[in-house]
Structures are given as C-alpha cells and as structure tokens.
Design a protein around this ligand. Structure first.
Ligand code: NOJ
Length: 515
C-alpha cells in the first residue's frame, strides 16, 4: 500500500458549507465563500480541508441524503465552482477532501426511484428489498430501520434516517431461507461497489484529494467482525493506490484497529463507541480545571488500538465535528488552549472543526434545521467579525440558514487575530510549532509517561528517544512532574503566567513541550 507523503504533516480543517461564508447574500454559505477564505485557513496553518456533503440533495439530513452524487447542490454553486476551489486550494499547497456517502442515498435518488418501480430493472437490487412488506430487519447489524408501503415491493432497509435507504453491498452470510439477502460478492453488490468507485473517480479526476467516508463500517450487513466490509474497503484502497496514489481516505468508523486494516489512511476517535474520546473534552473532561476527569481508560484504549493498527495509518482526534457538541461547551478559554496543545501534539492528523479555533459556543436548545436536532447547536454560522451577522452573510438575520450566536461577547476572527493572547493566536502558534518540530509530525511515535488519572499530569514523549515531552496540568493547583527534571521548555502555556524554569512542578492550568 502507498501512503501519500502529504499525510505526514497534514492538519485538517472541517467546513460545514452551509455555515462558513455566504458570498451571494442568500443566508447560506457557498463554495465561493470557502474559496475566498482559503487564505484565512492557510494563515491558521491548516493545509487540508474536509467539506461536509455539498451535493444535490433534498436536505433531510443536511446533505447526507444525496440525490445526485455528481452534482454540486445549486445552493452552494456549480461543479465549476468546485473545480475552481480545488485549483485555488492546490495553488496554496492545500488539499480538499469531499464527503463520500456510500452507505445510502436519498429516497429521491434516481436509483431509488428506479428500484421502487420495478423488481426486474438494473436497479432492482441496488437497495435491500425484502420480499415481504412485513419484514422488519430486526437485529440485523448495520440496518437502522425500514420503510414499507412506499411502493408495491416489500420492505426496504434504511441506513440512518428513514429518508436514507441503504445501498446493497450484500450480507456477510446470507440466510438460506431469505433469498433477498444478496451475498457480498453477488453481481448486484459488486455493481453498487463499481458505481461508488465511479463517483470517486469523477471527483478525483476533477482535482479532489480524497474523501471522508460516511459510516464506512456500515456497508456489508450482518458482518460480525467486519471481515467482508474490510475486504470491500481493501479493494477500494487498491483502486486508489493504482489510480490516485496521492489521494487519502479517512473513515467515520471509530475503530482504527478495523478501519486501518481495511485500508483507510486515517480513522477518527469519535463521541460514540468505546474510545473514551469524550473523557478528553466532553462528559467529565480531563482538560477542565473544574472537573475531575480521568484519562486512564482513554490512554488504555489508545495504546491498544495503536498497537493493533500498527503504524500504517493515522488515528485522528477531532476538536469536535458537525455531529457533536462543540469543544467550547465545557471548557473555558484557558482550558481550550490546553486542549488544543494536546490535539496539536498527539499523533494522527489533527482535525479542527470550523470555529473551534476561536472558541465558538455550542448553542443550546436550537430548533432543529434539516435533520440536525441537537447537532444544530454546533452548526451555526462562522463568526468572522463584529459586523452584521458576524460577517458571515449580508442576508437579513432572520433569513440565515441557522441563526447566529446572539451572545454579545461571541468571539470572532478579526478581534482574535488582533489579540496576541487569543485562542486563535495560540492555535496558530501551536500549529507552527508542530510543523517545525518533526517529533510531533502525524506518524511519529508516542509513549505515555504519566498515568493521567484524576488530578494527575498527562505526559507523553513524541518522536522516540531524544524526542519531545508534552505535559499537561489542567488542574487548578500546581502538580508534581518529576520526569521534567533537567529538561528545557520549548513551548509553554500557563494560565497563571507562572513559568516552568528549572522546575519539576507544573503551574496550575498549564501545558508545555520539553526536550
Ligand atoms: C454521519 C454523519 O456525520 C451525520 O451527520 C449523518 O447524519 C449520518 N452519518 C448519516 O449519513
């Protein structure tokens, strides 16, 4: 397998296109807006983007219900705008990942319409139709529900919301008395694979640099141990290696031991599953001085999957994303600096969700927009400055796709750029430091040297013997860190401004990199 060289240092910025920058005043972000803001992202230090789905869609799940995989949704622009965005990014040495949704389509996709009409045409088995309208798919792994009575065929399996019927990549072990369960290597399952490959080829040929893959684990049904799903992705990876060796794929899977074995270059630790990701910034966050958070289980999990995955792929930690509460929900400004020092000194490609770099708030109790539900609070417009709509759009405030944060003290980019002590400038400095320090690059080694139980210092060495020691004391009291004895601080963050010089004690709410 080949690994693109650029992944060694890539730092990603996730853009929710609806809410990033609106250039035509219709209240919703667009591709030209992203292109106009590339210099901001580059100046921040990120050199790769992940853009949430921006394809034609009825938007029952904010675009994760794709109606036409090959067409940019008119509200964001045209395919030509996307081509211009790829080019503008490449001119700046940046890469662009699109969001590939292979597990399902919208009920309005042509494939689904054809599939509903007939049980004989080429799309008859493109979705998982049972032969009875009373089938419930109960207890089948990776089928989240069903639709029945939508046409004169049986029941069709659903992958997420009921507007998202599951594409048919087959069953790991089809049950003999259920002939409607295709095998993973049946002609219909292979036809679905081939069409997804064509969609990848379409965007990669236009200049796209790879994909974040939605629900990547979900394709083959009833696949205990994910053997068949892993086989399927290994075939996709072989295709990329052969035709687009510089392209990268990152899975929404949340189990790097499986996804990296499946050929993904990267996987995320996520707010669901057993990674204890939430122990970092969310439930009882380790990085909060007020909480009594404990990273013991996080570290145990991390070590386990890293050992299982080997060094071939990257385990990526997001600041947050469009599905979870923003990182600022439970952390103060000072605590956010420590959290970013962690994010930007861990292995894997860091992923920064738009607005987290200025500490945008999670907006509580927002009315749901386009199937966002409680996720809507993390999807509000980017705050650029203190003008109308925080500089996001010239539309009337009541016409915005999602209302802007109404807090008078809401952070914005312009003010933070002008303030040396702002979170934004700290994030910029941290990124610069990471880029200049090879020991911190994405694929370099990590070794934990302190337990990080409640109230304890978290510390790890990056880059092996002679590398860099990263240490964190989020607590409100100074903490002993004997392993720092004799080391020289290279980078420091300290809320109390107390410094570390020649000491083995970390001041309250501090982080440092040492050698
Ligand atoms: C995961 C995506 O991140 C989420 O936003 C979406 O609703 C589901 N997959 C379904 O595609």
């Amino acid at each position: 397998m080949t690994t693109p060289k650029w992944l060694e240092t890539a730092i990603f910025y996730e853009i929710y296109p609806q809410s990033f920058y609106d250039t035509n005043g219709d209240g919703i972000g667009d591709l030209r807006g992203i292109t106009e803001k590339l210099d901001y992202i580059k100046d921040l230090g990120c050199d790769a983007l992940w853009i949430n789905p921006c394809f034609d869609s009825p938007f029952n799940d904010a675009g994760y219900d794709v109606r036409d995989f090959r067409k940019i949704a008119p509200r964001y622009g045209t395919n030509e705008d996307m081509r211009r965005l790829f080019n503008a990014a490449h001119e700046r040495g940046m890469r662009v990942l699109l969001d590939l949704v292979p597990g399902h389509t919208s009920v309005e996709h042509e494939w689904f319409k054809a599939s509903m009409r007939s049980d004989a045409g080429p799309y008859a088995k493109r979705y998982i139709w049972s032969d009875s309208p009373w089938e419930r798919f109960n207890g089948i792994d990776n089928i989240s529900g069903y639709l029945n009575g939508v046409c004169d065929r049986g029941t069709v399996a659903v992958n997420f919301f009921s507007t998202q019927p599951a594409l048919n990549f087959g069953f790991a072990e089809p049950e003999p008395d259920k002939p409607w369960q295709s095998a993973a290597d049946s002609p219909e399952a292979l036809a679905a694979r081939a069409d997804i490959k064509e969609i990848m080829r379409f965007w990669l040929s236009m200049g796209c640099d790879g994909f974040r893959v939605d629900m990547a684990h979900s394709l083959v049904k009833a696949d205990k141990g994910y053997k068949k799903t892993i086989e399927l992705w290994r075939e996709f990876r072989a295709f990329l290696d052969a035709e687009f060796p510089d392209a990268a794929i990152v899975s929404e899977w949340g189990k790097p031991d499986q996804s990296l074995a499946a050929g993904f270059h990267m996987d995320f630790l996520l707010h669901f599953g057993d990674s204890h990701y939430n122990d970092l910034f969310r439930d009882n966050p380790y990085f909060s001085g007020a909480a009594n958070g404990d990273l013991t289980e996080f570290i145990a999990y991390y070590k386990k999957v890293r050992a299982a995955a080997g060094l071939e792929g990257l385990i990526c930690i997001p600041s947050s994303n469009h599905d979870m509460a923003r990182i600022a929900r439970k952390l103060t400004n000072d605590e956010l600096k420590l959290a970013f020092a962690f994010l930007l000194s861990m292995p894997g490609a860091p992923f920064i969700y738009y607005g987290d770099e200025i500490g945008m708030r999670y907006l509580e109790d927002m009315p749901s927009v386009e199937g966002g539900y409680e996720r809507t609070g993390s999807r509000s417009p980017m705050q650029w400055d203190s003008s109308l709509n925080a500089g996001f759009s010239s539309a009337k405030p009541e016409e915005l796709y999602i209302p802007i944060d109404t807090d008078r003290a809401r952070p914005n980019v312009r003010e933070q750029l002008a303030d040396e002590n702002s979170l934004l400038n700290e994030v910029k400095r941290l990124i610069q430091f990471r880029r200049g320090c090879e020991a911190l690059w994405n694929d370099r080694a990590i070794e934990f040297i302190s337990g990080a139980g409640a109230g304890q210092v978290l510390a790890y060495r990056r880059g092996g013997e002679g590398g860099v020691i990263c240490a964190f004391n989020p607590g409100r009291k100074a903490a002993e860190a004997p392993f720092l004895s004799g080391l020289k601080p290279l980078y420091m963050i300290s809320a109390s401004k107390a410094d570390f010089k020649g000491s083995v004690t970390m001041p309250p709410q501090s982080a440092g990199f040492f050698q």
